[in-house]
Design a protein around this ligand. Sequence first.
Ligand code: ACO
Length: 402
Amino acid sequence: AVDISALRSSTGLITLDDGYANTGSCSSAITFIDGENGILRYRGVPIEDLAVNSSFIETAELLIFGELPDEEERAEFRSLLTENSALHQDMGKHFDGFPTNAHPMSILSAMISALQSHDLPEHQFTDANGFREAAASLIAKTRTIAAASYKSHVGQPIIYPRYDLNYAENFLHMMFSVPYRDYEATPEEAHALNMFLVLHADHEQNCSTSTVRMVASSGANLYASVSAGVNALWGPLHGGANMQVIEMLERIRQGAMTTRDYVARVKDRKSGAKLMGFGHRVYRNFDPRARILKDAADRLLDAMHVTDPLLDIARELEQVALADDYFVSRRLYPNVDFYSGIILRAIGIPVDMFTVMFAIGRTPGWIAHWKEVTDNPRQRIYRPRQVYTGPELSPWVPRDER
Ligand code: ACO
């Protein structure tokens, strides 16, 4: 508990809102969420329509430039992506500096920072053409870096992008092709990955996007701001949850634990266990992305003629939790991470790459928010206040007296 008198600082009254549960940090025209009714729209377009009809790249253009592109704009942005998809030769050397067990998120954030030195000079980011090119470069190269870090992890040569494939197909090609044997993704795999990326493309003021906006508010460049977003996404309460969901489902399977046993463990607060992939700060009835992904996981496994015992466990876990007063009274429902891992597993993405996949998807959103901050002539630097709870005045004790 905080002594309310402490809220009165020397410069006036401060509102204290732990975790910003009810504090708006900005106004934004990018993404709309109605958490009570499970509504999510990018620039006004319902997520359900985008998930089925839209390519990831046109969704990126919608978020970043404000409108769905016409044919000419699509073609122009596509060629910018193509021209910018290969890494500078020198960037390849950075991969050698990481230990083979380096976490792909640490590689991704470091490489995005390094990319700034190889891409456009910083002053060009803010003119319209320079920004377009930097945005295309980041979207294209995030994918290239992710696939290249996987290749260096498994000790295979880096595979370069092909110019005739769409974004999702190209990623799978760079992940799974080996010299002299090109990997051709099936239409079902490419469609499922495209949908995964569209559903992750933006989500207003979540932890990583707020981080991007905060860093951008100091005037930091696009790459520095996005790299900070990658690091914020890494945490298990945010993007890292998609890995943790699969690890949780695996533990249930391997430990021969029933879903009821696991839910009982979660409810026993002393265990520290959470039902990963459940709960959301804003969605209080359902997360529309989770619904779409649950159906998509079913359809993908059917089309691939495979079964995944983890999908059965996930479905059962959801049923058990949603019939339990602990979850019902706290309004905890599956979030985007609950079913997304089943899809990624089905298309062969290793679990330790899952959060990187989220980062690839979220990159357009981060770019759109960086631009919104940077374009705002009245933008002030983000600088929250605090309630100080330390000692009022402490003497400096000489070293030999401590
Ligand atoms: N399992 C068990 N209990 C939970 C869970 C969960 N997944 N989520 C919330 N609760 C409990 C809390 O312990 C708290 O209980 P209490 O009131 O008895 O103390 C109550 O529900 C309210 O939860 P908060 O912690 O206030 O929720 P908050 O909005 O701060 O956190 C979050 C949201 C981080 C998503 C949380 O629900 C969580 O940790 N979920 C699991 C991790 C996860 O799936 N993260 C991905 C989120 S979506 C995304 O970033 C893409």
